[in-house]
Design a protein around this ligand. Structure first.
Ligand code: 3PG
Ligand code: MG
Length: 415
């Protein structure tokens, strides 16, 4: 049995795994195959190695972690094709697990090469192929597409759960449906924004991409990260959302305040700028008039998170929603705190988390995706608290946008 997993996990400079979420999520499939008495040969990629000399992309640390999670030995084989694979897999016992070295050490993997796929199946002595690498099924590679020509190919449990949950939410959501979209670039999320404009009852925008929308509306964003190329797209989306709001009950919400600092650093001094209602500056200056600059982002400041009014609005809106899809953090959640678990630019995402987890009474059905969101939720130890946390970044976005995923379309049980 050849099993394709997505063990493309983040490693630190010393080669240690910094998030084992993807490995953990693959365990039920591996265990199910072990219990059925299969000989389990697992293949995966890790990173984007230049060539096979690039040992920073070795899957060896993953074999060790997987073995701990399974409570049984996982033999690591230092190649994914060739004699050593053939020798290791020829006399396996039922229930034994082998992990092969990084598929991307061969350029043929990304070229979706037929010969490479055939040899992969042949050298692992596989009678069946199971696709469980949800994070990579948006790529047409040898181990997601061509491989299915050389063994009967079906879905694993993780892939099935990911595809079922995400397609149900997009095709037949329990309403009202809210989409929270964050992250850095509009360009990466443009397809799902359009999809949600058709589908959702509420869309809220956060993260650095909100800066581009704000600038498109003439709000000063200082030294914030902005995609000048995407300004016209942002304007178009804002106009389209206004039209939709005249046709049906629909809310499109951009942050009305933000957390700003003049450097992206845990030692930075932060302040809240309330560029919309000017409430904070008015209250703090009273009985004097606030300086005009108080409700503006200064030229040397960057918006690094949504502010508390915006977070409260979003958390309140989700109290009225049955389903919430969240993709992309509201601020720079990677910046660690000098004290306590919540970084200086993570409070906005924390307000979203509170709302999603039912702090205000109602707990909507929650579907989370995207690398930064998943990494933050994991760091906070909360992955179990949501209804679905996707292991896919690009794959979950493409599935949500309604695109065909080559690594799913190639399977016998694609329906
Ligand atoms: C991911 O982490 O996005 C997947 O493992 C796919 O990796 P890739 O973006 O390098 O193809
Ligand atoms: Mg990627």
């Amino acid at each position: 049995m050849l099993l394709r997993a997505d063990y493309n996990v983040p490693l630190d400079e010393s080669g240690a795994i910094t998030s084992d979420f993807r490995i953990k999520q693959s365990v039920p499939t591996v265990k199910a195959l072990i219990e059925k008495g299969c000989k389990v040969v697992i293949c995966s990629h890790l990173g984007r190695p230049k060539d096979s000399e690039d040992k920073t992309c070795s899957l060896k640390p993953v074999a060790k972690r997987l073995s701990e999670l399974l409570g049984q030995e996982v033999q690591f084989v230092d190649n994914c094709v060739g004699d050593i694979v053939s020798a290791a897999t020829s006399d396996m016992q039922a229930g034994q697990v082998i992990l092969l070295e990084n598929l991307r050490y061969y350029k043929e993997e990304e070229q979706n090469n037929e010969d490479f796929a055939r040899v992969l199946v042949q050298d692992s002595h596989a009678e069946y192929f199971v696709q469980d690498g949800f994070g990579v099924v948006h790529r047409a590679h040898a181990s997601t597409d061509a491989v299915t020509h050389y063994a009967p190919a079906v879905s694993g449990l993780l892939l099935q759960r990911e595809v079922d949950t995400i397609t149900t939410v997009m095709d037949n959501p329990e309403r009202p449906l809210m989409a929270i979209i964050g992250g850095a670039k509009i360009a990466d999320k443009i397809d799902i924004i359009h999809k949600f404009l058709d589908l959702a009852d509420v869309i809220v925008i956060g993260g650095a991409m909100a800066n581009t929308f704000l600038l498109a509306q003439g709000i000063e964003v200082g030294d914030s990260l902005v995609d000048k190329d995407d300004l016209s797209i942002a304007k178009e989306i804002i106009e389209k959302s206004k039209v939709i709001a005249t046709e049906r009950k629909f809310t499109f919400y951009l942050p009305q305040d933000g957390v700003v600092a003049n450097k992206l650093d845990k030692t930075a001094v932060t302040r809240i700028v309330d560029w919309d209602a000017h409430v904070i500056a008015d209250i703090q200056a009273y009985p004097k008039m606030p300086a005009a600059s108080a409700s503006k982002v200064a030229p040397d400041e960057k918006i690094l998170d949504i502010g508390p009014f915006s977070g409260a609005f979003m958390a309140g809106a989700m109290q009225l929603c049955a389903t919430v899809v969240w993709n992309g953090t509201m601020g720079v959640t990677e910046t660690q705190s000098l004290q306590g678990p919540v970084g200086p630019f993570a409070h906005g995402s924390e307000l979203i988390i509170d709302g999603l987890l039912g702090s205000h009474g109602h707990k909507p059905f929650s579907v989370l995706g995207g690398g930064d969101t998943t990494a933050y939720i994991e760091e906070r130890g909360l992955t179990e608290n949501f209804n679905h946390v996707s292991t896919g970044g690009g794959a979950s976005l493409e599935l949500m946008a309604g695109k065909t995923l080559p690594g799913v379309a190639s399977l016998l049980d694609k329906a």
